[in-house]
Design a protein around this ligand. Structure first.
Ligand code: NIG
Ligand code: FE
Length: 414
């Protein structure tokens, strides 16, 4: 079955062939076709171009034609950093934060990540699956077509594996493209308090081999930051992961100049994420590497953290990806359109830059740039049709309006 979209007001983020990423000044360029057509066949993007070049289709071909006059089409968002499998919620900590407690103070009182760990231990796989599936439905409606999901609320072999099995089941049963990341080193569990290096040993000697044995993860993550895991511990965990084919995607420099960016680059991490604390040394480490600097504007907004120097990084020639960090503690939202708005408002990124950062570049940050992240012949037909909007700049501008009329994943409307 073929679907032909005609009279598309603007077809956005078109590529002749997949690029690795968009970096530096090129982030301000957004290839678009006005008054366009788009042909989808067997779940893939088959053809596109200007309406003037619309090919003639034989009557015998079964084609559903959709006239989308006044509407734009964009590739679905790729959300390369989330923790959307979790139990319960943490609005009480949200109130504590309003009253003035810091993220670290809340973590020290047994709140924060460890609060979600307690709840996750009590939840069954079915309960976790059902609540995560609801979140997937929600973000699909907001235009996300691919999402990375981390473990990290288990912090014991049994419970980390439980989380990853839930992610595996989600992978098998949703039209969204999913990548799984093992994040045993998210925090030190209560029972290992004062024995952090023993917990790191457990991750290396027991968790990683089991996760790899059951093929439960695509990537490995470490929260390399002040009060969490040191660069030395991160190095040990990343090199253990690499032996099992797990590439790093790490939490770095959210709370301090932690050395996380440098260690991530040294071990060839696919991405380093958060990056509130970035100076010349960090930028120099990233230049020339294959590591995608990924900004999580939702967490910085929600926790009132300093904003990463994104403009300085782009001026230095780096690419930037944006992701939601959807999680119950620091970013209880997976709305990538709102993340784009935050990119514009708080980081002074232009609409072209935030679209690049949340499609092509975030596809790279989850290792799917060959198949997702743009309108390109042969790529998966994951896209959305907007409502009647005046321009693409209107998308991040109208920051609470959904503006999405139809979502197509793998060539099917959902
Ligand atoms: O990415 N920074 C570390 N981890 C998460 C927070 C998770 C939580 O608070 O539950 C983050 O923001
Ligand atoms: Fe995170």
């Amino acid at each position: 079955m073929k679907t032909l979209f005609t009279n598309i007001k603007m077809l956005i983020q078109v590529e002749k062939s997949p690029v690795k990423w968009v970096a530096g000044n090129n982030m301000s360029k957004l290839p678009c076709i006005e008054d366009a057509f788009l042909l989808v066949d067997e779940g893939l993007i088959k053809d596109f171009g200007s309406m003037k070049q619309l090919p003639h289709f034989d009557d015998s071909e079964s084609i559903i034609e959709l006239d989308v006059t006044g509407r734009m089409i964009l590739p679905s968002f790729c959300d390369s950093h989330t923790h959307l499998v979790y139990a319960g919620s943490r609005e009480i900590e949200y109130v504590d934060k309003i009253k003035g407690l810091s993220y670290e103070e809340i973590a020290k009182r047994g709140g924060g990540i460890l609060n979600s760990v307690k709840r996750l231990h009590l939840a069954t796989e079915d309960e976790l699956y059902d609540s995560a599936m609801e979140r997937l439905h929600e973000i699909a409606g907001f235009g996300t077509g691919a999402v990375e999901i981390k473990s990290g609320y288990g912090l014991s072999t049994e419970n980390e594996v439980k989380m990853l099995r839930v992610i595996k089941r989600l992978k098998e049963t949703t039209p969204l493209e999913i990548k799984a990341t093992f994040l045993g080193a998210h925090a030190v569990p209560t029972e290992f308090k004062g024995r952090q290096s023993e917990y790191v040993d457990l991750i290396i000697n027991e968790m990683i081999p089991q996760v790899a044995d059951e093929k439960l993860a695509d990537y490995i993550d470490v929260f390399c930051d002040k009060g969490f895991f040191t660069p030395d511990e991160t190095e040990r965990i990343l090199s253990a992961g690499i032996k099992y084919g797990l590439r790093g995607k790490i939490h770095a420099n959210e709370l301090d100049f932690s050395g996380g960016i440098q260690v991530g680059v040294k071990y060839g991490a696919l991405s380093v994420d958060h990056l509130e604390f970035v100076g010349d040394a960090e930028i120099n480490a990233l230049l020339g590497s294959d590591t995608m600097p990924t900004i999580l504007p939702g967490a910085a907004f929600f926790l009132n953290m300093p904003f990463s120097p994104v403009r300085k990084m782009m001026d230095a020639g780096l690419p930037i990806a944006l992701a939601s960090d959807f999680n119950p503690g620091s970013s209880p939202s997976g709305n990538m359109k709102f993340i784009m708005s935050l990119g514009c408002i708080n980081y002074k990124m232009t609409p072209e830059e935030v679209i690049n950062a949340s499609t092509i570049n975030s596809a790279y940050a989850m290792g799917i740039q060959e198949t997702h992240g743009s309108i390109c012949r042969g790529k998966v037909a994951n896209l959305y049709v907007t409502t009647q909007i005046p321009s693409f700049e209107y998308l991040p501008y109208a920051y609470t309006s959904n503006l999405i009329e139809e979502v197509m994943l793998n060539g099917e409307f959902i």
